[in-house]
Design a protein around this ligand. Structure first.
Ligand code: ADP
Ligand code: MG
Length: 781
C-alpha cells in the first residue's frame, strides 16, 4: 500500500529526529524500503520520485552539518509533497449529469422518495447537505489478508472461492447459511443468520471478497454476517477506504454508501469559495479534495487533511459571517455621540443604599465610552444571576435620557416586564424621568395613548416585551435599547430594533454565563463586558444533595422556613404524569404538597397554562398570596422574590447544570440565608451524582458553565434556538479553540470593510447557504 510505503520513509525521518538513527542510517533504510516494495512503487508510477528521495538520502552521507540540515529539510518537504501528490485525490471524471447544490436529494441516483424521507430525517434535504454529512468512521479495505494470516478479533478483507455450502434450519425462527471459503492459504467458514436471500448472490464456485471480524470457534476460523462483494476474478476487488455513516432505520450502510458515491461524483463541478489567502495561510485542501476526502479518502492522510481543512472551512465561514454582521452594524455611524453630563446618574448613585462593585463601575465606564462614541454600541453585559446588571443598565439609561434621547428596555415575558417596571419606575421617578410599561395585555386604549406619547417624546423610558418592536410603535428620538435576558432574543429582533431609531446604542444583558474562552465565538459580533464580582454581603446559597428517602426531613425544614414567613419553590421536570417516564410531576405533587402544608397557600405554575394565568400566579407568589410555588422550569428566568429562601428540585438530573443554576438563582435574592435541595433517587448513576455534587459546591455561574460544557459538550450546551447560532459539524468548541481563534484573526485582517466581500460571489453565496437564516445576512449581503 502506497500510504504504508510513504509512511515508512517518514518513520525513518522521525527516528533520525529523535536521534535513534544517524545520518548514515538513512540511505540504507530508505533503500531497503524501496527494494522491498519495488513492485508496488512501479505500479503506482512512483519510481522517479523514490529515486529522487534516495538521491537526497545518499547526499546526507557526504555533507557537513549545516548542509545536511538543509538537505534534510528538503527531504522532509519532498515527502510531504509526495503525500499531497499520491495520497490525496479529487473526482476527475465528470458524472453524466450536473446537479445543482440545491437539487432535492430524492432526485439523486439510487435515492427516490422513500429513501429521501429517511435522509431528510438525518438533516439531508439537498445535494449540498450530503456534501457536508460526515461519516462517523471509516473502514480500511485497502489490504486483502490471506486466510492463513487472519488473526482472531481482527477486522479484515479476505478474498476466496466458495467451495462448500449448506443451509441449516435450526428451528422455525432460525435458519443458518454456512459457506466454506478457500484461498491459496486456508479455509474459513462464513455464516449468515436468517438471510436466505443471500443464496441468490453466493453459491458454490462464487468468488467474493468478505469484510468482517475474524473469530476462532473450535479451532476453525469464522466470519459472521460479513459485508461481501461478488467478484469476477480475484483481482476485481476495489481496494479503498469506505465511509461508515450514521444510520436510521430503513437505511443500510451499503445503500447510503451507494448514494454517497453518486453525491461525491458531483463534487467534480464545484468551485472553491474560500479566498486563496486562507487556503495558503492554513495550508488547506481545496474544496473538491476536502469533500472527496471526507467521504472516500484515498488514504488516511487524505482523510485527516480533509477533516482538518473542513474544520478551518467551518471556522472561517462562521467568523466571516460574524465579523460581517459586526461591521455592518457599525457601518452607519451615529449622527452624533451622546453628550453625557452625569448629573442625574450621580444623584441616582447617591440614592442607592449600597456601593457599586468595582465590576459594576468598570462595566458602566465601558458602556459610557460606547455611548459617547460615533459608532453605535453593540455590547453584551454578561453577569451571573444577582450580580447587579439592572443597576448598570439603569445608570446608562439615565445618562442617555439626560442627553435628550428615549430608551427602550425589552424583556422576554410580561411578568418580568411588570417586575422591572415596578422597580425601575420607582427608581426613576425622583429623577424626573417618565417611565411606561407596554406589554401584550396593556389595554387597547392605553396602548394607543402610550404610542402617541412615545411618538411626541413625552415618555423617556419604555419597558416591555416584544410589543415594543411591533411595526406601529414609533419613537421621537430612540437612542438606547436594553435587551434583558438575551437568550430569548435573536439577531433578527436586534436588527428590527435598530431600524426603529437613528442608530440606537444596544446593550444586551445575559445571565447565562459562558466560559470566557467561548464568549468570543458566540457573541463574536458584540463587544463584551463582564460583571465578574458579586455585591458584598451576599450570603451564598447553600446547596445540598438529598436522597429521596430523606424527603421528610426536607419537608420539616421547609415547614420551619414557612413559619419564619419565607417562601418556597418546588420544581419538577414534568407537568403531568407521563406514560413513558417514571418521574414525579408538578400537577400531582401540587396536590400532595397542598396536603402536606395545609396551613399554607400553594400555587401551581407550568407551561401548559395560558399566559394570562401564568402571569397571575407569578404575581400572587410575588405578593406572597402563595407561600409555596410548585412549578416546572418555566419559573427559570429573572424572577425576583426577596423572601424566597428555599428551592427544592426533584429529579435534578433531568435539567442541564446551567438551567439548575438559573433555577437556584431564584432564591437568595434578599438578605436571608437561602438553600437549594437537589433530591436524588437511587437510580441516578455515579457520573451524574458527581456532576451534581460539583454543582453543589460552587455558586459561580462561570464555573457551573464550564462543568456543564465538559459534561454535555458544546453541541447541547448551546442550543441552536437559544443562542441563534448554528451548531458545528466538524469543529469541537473545546478542542479546536485555536483553529477558531486563528481563523478569527485572519478574518479580521481580511474583512475590514463590508465591501471587501463585493466581488467574491461564490463566498457570499456560501455564507448565505450556511448562515442566511440564522444571522440574517440575506438582506444585507
Ligand atoms: P441581575 O444581575 O440578576 O439582574 P439585579 O440587578 O436584579 O441582578 O440585582 C440583584 C439585587 O442586588 C437587587 O436587589 C439589587 O438592588 C442588588 N444590588 C445590585 N448591585 C448591588 C451592589 N453593588 N451592592 C449590593 N446590592 C446590589
Ligand atoms: Mg436581571
Amino acid at each position: 500500500m502506497i500510504e504504508e510505503i510513504i509512511d515508512s520513509f517518514e518513520y525513518i525521518i522521525i527516528l533520525k529526529e529523535k536521534n535513534i538513527k544517524t545520518w548514515e542510517d538513512i540511505f540504507p533504510s530508505f533503500y531497503r524500503i524501496a527494494k522491498n516494495n519495488i513492485k508496488e512503487i512501479k505500479e503506482h508510477g512512483l519510481l522517479d520520485d523514490i529515486k529522487k528521495l534516495l538521491t537526497y538520502a545518499k547526499a546526507l552521507e557526504k555533507f557537513d552539518e549545516t548542509n545536511r540540515n538543509k538537505i534534510f529539510d528538503n527531504l522532509k518537504q519532498y515527502i510531504v509533497s509526495l503525500k499531497e501528490k499520491f495520497l490525496v485525490d479529487e473526482i476527475i471524471v465528470p458524472p453524466e449529469k450536473k446537479l445543482s447544490l440545491f437539487t432535492d436529494i430524492k432526485y439523486v441516483k439510487n435515492v427516490g422518495p422513500k429513501r429521501a424521507a429517511l435522509l431528510n430525517k438525518m438533516g439531508i434535504e439537498c445535494l449540498n447537505d450530503f456534501f457536508y454529512f460526515p461519516p462517523r468512521d471509516y473502514e480500511d479495505r485497502r489490504k486483502v489478508t490471506k486466510i492463513f494470516n487472519a488473526k482472531d478479533g481482527e477486522k479484515v478483507v479476505i478474498i476466496g472461492k466458495i467451495v462448500n455450502y449448506e443451509e441449516v434450519k435450526i428451528n422455525k425462527d432460525l435458519t443458518i447459511l454456512n459457506y466454506s471459503v478457500e484461498d491459496d492459504t486456508g479455509i474459513i467458514r462464513i455464516t449468515f443468520f436468517n438471510q436466505i436471500y443471500i443464496k441468490n448472490y453466493l453459491s458454490k464456485g462464487t468468488i467474493a471478497a468478505f469484510y468482517g471480524k475474524i473469530e476462532y470457534t473450535y479451532g476453525a476460523k469464522q466470519m459472521k454476517s460479513p459485508d461481501f462483494q461478488v467478484l469476477n476474478t480475484q483481482d476485481d476487488f476495489q481496494k479503498e477506504i469506505l465511509p461508515v455513516y450514521p444510520l436510521t432505520a430503513g437505511l443500510t450502510q451499503n445503500i447510503i454508501r451507494n448514494i454517497s458515491r453518486e453525491v461525491v461524483n458531483q463534487t467534480f463541478f464545484l468551485e472553491e469559495f474560500l479566498p486563496n489567502d486562507f487556503i495558503e495561510e492554513f495550508n488547506l485542501l481545496t474544496l473538491k479534495k476536502r469533500l472527496k476526502g471526507l467521504h472516500f479518502p484515498l488514504s488516511f492522510y487524505h482523510k485527516n487533511r480533509a477533516l482538518y481543512s473542513l474544520k478551518y472551512e467551518e471556522a472561517i465561514l462562521f467568523e466571516l459571517a460574524i465579523i460581517y454582521v459586526k461591521l455592518k452594524l457599525k457601518e452607519n455611524k451615529k449622527t452624533e455621540g451622546k453628550q453625557i453630563k452625569g448629573e442625574l446618574s450621580n444623584k441616582f448613585i447617591d440614592m442607592l443604599n449600597f456601593e457599586l462593585t468595582d465590576a459594576q463601575k468598570r462595566c458602566y465606564e465601558e458602556i459610557k465610552n460606547d455611548l459617547t462614541s460615533y459608532y453605535p454600541m453593540n455590547r453584551l453585559l454578561q453577569g451571573d444571576v444577582g450580580s447587579g446588571k439592572t443597576v448598570v443598565s439603569e445608570l446608562a439609561v439615565i445618562d442617555v435620557c439626560e442627553a435628550g434621547y428615549q430608551s427602550a428596555i425589552m424583556v422576554p415575558t410580561s411578568v418580568l416586564a411588570k417586575q422591572q417596571f415596578n422597580r425601575i419606575s420607582k427608581d426613576f421617578e425622583p429623577l424626573g424621568l417618565k417611565t411606561e410599561l407596554l406589554i401584550g395585555e396593556t389595554k387597547e386604549n392605553d396602548k394607543i395613548a402610550i404610542k402617541e406619547r412615545l411618538k411626541n417624546g413625552e415618555i423617556d423610558v419604555i419597558i416591555g416585551t416584544h410589543a415594543i418592536i411591533q411595526e406601529d410603535v414609533e419613537f421621537k428620538k430612540l437612542g438606547f435599547v436594553v435587551i434583558d435576558e438575551q437568550q430569548r432574543f435573536g439577531v433578527n429582533q436586534r436588527l428590527q430594533l435598530i431600524k426603529k431609531g437613528n442608530q440606537p446604542d444596544i446593550l444586551v444583558m445575559t445571565a447565562t454565563p459562558i466560559p470566557r474562552t467561548l464568549a468570543m465565538t458566540f457573541y463574536g459580533d458584540m463587544d463584551v463586558s463582564v460583571l465578574d464580582e458579586m455585591p458584598k454581603g451576599r450570603k451564598p446559597i447553600k446547596t445540598f444533595l438529598v436522597p429521596d428517602s430523606k424527603m421528610n426531613s426536607v419537608y420539616r425544614f421547609v415547614k420551619q422556613e414557612l413559619d419564619q414567613n419565607n417562601q418556597i419553590f418546588f420544581i419538577y421536570p414534568l407537568v403531568e404524569e407521563s406514560e413513558t417516564l417514571d418521574l414525579k410531576n408538578a400537577t400531582e405533587m401540587y396536590e400532595k404538597l397542598a396536603h402536606v402544608f395545609n396551613d399554607y397557600k400553594v400555587g401551581l405554575l407550568h407551561g401548559k397554562l395560558p399566559s394570562s394565568e401564568k402571569n397571575e400566579i407569578m404575581d400572587k407568589f410575588m405578593k406572597k398570596e402563595y407561600n409555596i410555588l410548585v412549578a416546572t422550569s418555566v419559573v427559570e428566568v429573572g424572577i425576583d422574590v426577596p423572601d424566597a429562601t428555599v428551592m427544592v428540585i426533584e429529579h435534578p438530573d433531568r435539567f442541564g447544570l446551567s438551567q439548575l443554576h438559573q433555577l437556584r438563582g431564584r432564591v437568595g435574592r434578599g438578605k436571608k440565608q437561602s438553600y437549594c435541595f437537589l433530591i436524588i433517587d437511587k437510580k441516578i448513576n455515579r457520573e451524574t451524582r458527581q456532576k451534581l455534587s460539583a454543582f453543589s459546591k460552587t455558586n459561580d455561574g462561570f464555573k457551573v458553565a464550564e462543568i456543564d460544557l465538559q459534561w454535555r459538550g458544546p453541541g447541547k450546551f448551546f442550543g441552536v434556538e437559544q443562542h441563534g447560532i448554528p451548531e458545528f459539524k466538524f469543529l469541537d468548541l473545546i478542542e479546536d479553540f485555536s483553529i477558531i481563534s486563528q481563523s478569527r484573526k485572519k478574518v479580521e485582517q481580511f474583512l475590514v470593510n463590508p465591501d471587501d466581500l463585493k466581488n467574491l460571489e461564490r463566498l457570499k453565496s456560501e455564507l448565505k447557504i450556511r448562515y442566511g437564516d440564522s444571522i440574517e445576512l440575506i438582506h444585507v449581503l
